[in-house]
Design a protein around this ligand. Sequence first.
Ligand SMILES: CC(C)(COP(=O)(O)OP(=O)(O)OC[C@H]1O[C@@H](n2cnc3c(N)ncnc32)[C@H](O)[C@@H]1OP(=O)(O)O)[C@@H](O)C(=O)NCCC(=O)NCCS
Length: 163
Amino acid sequence: MSPPLFVEAGVAMAACLAGLHRDAFSGRRERAWSAAEFVGLLSSPGCFAIAARADDGDAGFALARVVLDEAELLTIGVASAHRRRGVASGLLARAMAACATRGAAMLFLEVAADNDAALGLYRASGFHVVGRRVGYFPGQSSPIDGLTMRADLVSAGGAAPDA
Ligand SMILES: CC(C)(COP(=O)(O)OP(=O)(O)OC[C@H]1O[C@@H](n2cnc3c(N)ncnc32)[C@H](O)[C@@H]1OP(=O)(O)O)[C@@H](O)C(=O)NCCC(=O)NCCS
């Protein structure tokens, strides 16, 4: 199988992003985001998305927002059939490079403390925990803490992954 193709996803891909979000977060506590919500987000200042396409279909996406020298990873997800093939690592590397190109020096995100897959991904991508919000996410028996993570970004002049 060929490596995935990474493309910037504008409002024209809102339905595709909503489908990927529904698949990626199925069975998790997050509700599915609608195409209209993606249109709204992608129309807001500083917000952009990157999608990954594999030979056998849409594989995943990342959505981020840059405000001055700070950026936030709003969400990232990979369709269940495409996991553990480096799709999220590729998306995150490209999102980090794109944030740096847009002027951000650091990228923040929020992750549930029990999301082992996401924590593994983020740690492997250079993020470290900088804050904890106790009981931030609803859990099945008790609330789950939210972890704030941060990565310092390579400046726009640094090495970036191929588009
Ligand atoms: C988290 C998620 C995006 C990872 O996507 P992925 O494409 O499978 O990740 P990758 O293949 O790029 O994995 C990169 C690294 O992350 C870690 N990782 C990924 N999945 C993991 C898992 N299930 N358990 C532990 N570590 C995991 C590993 O360190 C992995 O490197 P390795 O495969 O060399 O061991 C995917 O599981 C997902 O969509 N989950 C549901 C949505 C979600 O939780 N999003 C994050 C919200 S904060």
